[in-house]
Design a protein around this ligand. Structure first.
Ligand SMILES: [Zn+2]
Length: 404
């Protein structure tokens, strides 16, 4: 019989479950032991974990290289509040003066719906994310996230401040049309008394001074060396068009439907790239307030919420060529999902830390773009094109716009 022993720096020895033929990396992963934390001896000889396969009669010893208690993650202190038939378990790993505890609340269907709605209401009320009398412009793709957002608004409106809200749908790229759910989004908006506006590709072409059609410009982006920028450009265009709409209606607030993991994923990108990122859940740039009312709710929670309250709306097409990001984007989402496993509730800590950090970072320098007229944030340590945002710079360099 093969044996794999894990010797911790705390003096404990633990036999790990292993079967002949199993790669050692798999044994360690199942036991929650990172490769970087250990050195391995196979029958008395040092061996790389990646090339070690467990054989019958092997004695494998895995020694932790640093003195710390790995069990804080492998076997955390837990408290579970149970219900019969849970559909979801909300876990938060609390750090109280350095001491950790995982608290889990199991939720049945009714409890979960109530939890999401309460979280949404609290998110809107705290940090004055949206205030009574605000004129708000919200982007509405008609896709699943925006339907979930409207459903939340509809079901909690009696607990929310009175808002004057306009939903803006920006068209112009085939990927931005979500016919399966768009009609439902419109109906939901109508019930809420939300005015609905369509921005067309002609509006996009005018704002960005494009020579030809927006879809042709984007096709060139996708096909060419700008491929990795496709989503960035798409998002930036959406943002810019929302701002334009806000300005033309005298609205001071632009609401985005980004959820908790979207924002943590952008933080992952932010802290590995150093790019400037504005505040969360409220950022003020120029005279506009950008707000993120879904910042406390994860994609999984939103999807489950919709599945429970309006399953017929829980459909989404496969992403098209304009909404498929580069590897880097997938990695930031994958890292985010793993982070939520390792430290459930890390979003609460990250957002609070980031709010604190905003106070000691250099003030954001806003520069108006002479192409599209939007304000963009200067990036430190990078040669920004003078007075041009990334997107206008991109279009200008490829001579897709009349901006030079
Ligand atoms: Zn621009």
């Amino acid at each position: 019989m093969a044996s794999v022993f894990f010797r911790t720096k705390l003096g404990a020895t633990e036999e790990l479950a292993a079967a002949p033929g199993q790669p050692l990396t798999d044994v360690l992963r199942r036991a929650g032991i990172p490769l970087n934390a250990v050195l391995t001896w196979c029958n008395g000889t040092i061996a790389a974990e990646e090339t070690t396969v467990v054989h019958a009669e092997d004695v494998i010893e895995v020694r932790q290289v640093r003195h710390y208690d790995m069990d804080v993650l492998r076997r955390p202190r837990r408290q579970v509040y149970g219900v019969p038939d849970p559909v979801y378990a909300k876990t938060v790993l609390f750090d109280t003066m350095g001491s950790l505890e995982r608290k889990t609340e199991q939720l049945d269907a009714a409890g979960f719906v109530q939890y999401v709605e309460e979280t949404f209401v609290q998110s809107v009320l705290s940090h004055e994310v949206m205030r009574a009398g605000d004129k708000v412009v919200v982007g509405l793709s008609g896709g699943r996230d925006s339907v979930a957002y409207l459903t939340l608004l509809e079901r909690t409106r009696d607990r929310l401040p009175d808002l004057d809200m306009t939903a803006v749908t920006i068209t112009g790229l085939p990927d931005w049309e979500e016919p399966a759910t768009f009609a439902a989004a419109r109906e939901s908006g109508e019930r809420l008394g939300i005015e609905q506006v369509i921005v067309t590709s002609a509006d996009v072409e005018r704002t960005f001074k494009l020579k030809g059609q927006f879809v042709d410009a984007m096709n060139e982006v996708v096909a060419g060396e700008g491929n990795h920028l496709t989503m960035v450009i798409g998002h930036q265009v959406l943002r810019r068009m929302l701002e334009e709409e806000a300005r033309s209606r005298g609205a001071g607030v632009v609401a985005f439907g980004f959820n908790a993991d979207d924002l943590v994923a952008s933080m992952v990108t932010w802290f590995t790239s150093g790019f400037r990122m504005g505040g969360l859940p409220v950022r003020e740039i120029g005279d506009l307030r950008y707000v993120f009312p879904l910042y406390r709710i994860t994609k999984k929670e939103l999807t489950l919420y919709l599945e429970l309250v309006a399953p017929e709306l829980n459909r989404q097409g496969t992403p098209g060529r304009f909404t498929t990001g580069p590897d880097e984007r997938s990695m930031s989402y994958a890292l985010t999902d793993h982070l939520f496993d390792l430290w459930p509730g890390i979003d609460y800590y990250l957002f609070a830390a980031f709010a604190n950090m905003q106070r000691y970072m250099f003030p954001l320098i806003e520069v108006p773009c002479r192409g599209c007229g939007g304000l963009y944030l200067m990036q430190e340590g990078i040669a920004n094109a003078p007075d041009l945002c990334d997107v206008c710079d991109f279009f200008a360099r490829r001579e897709l716009s009349t901006v030079s």
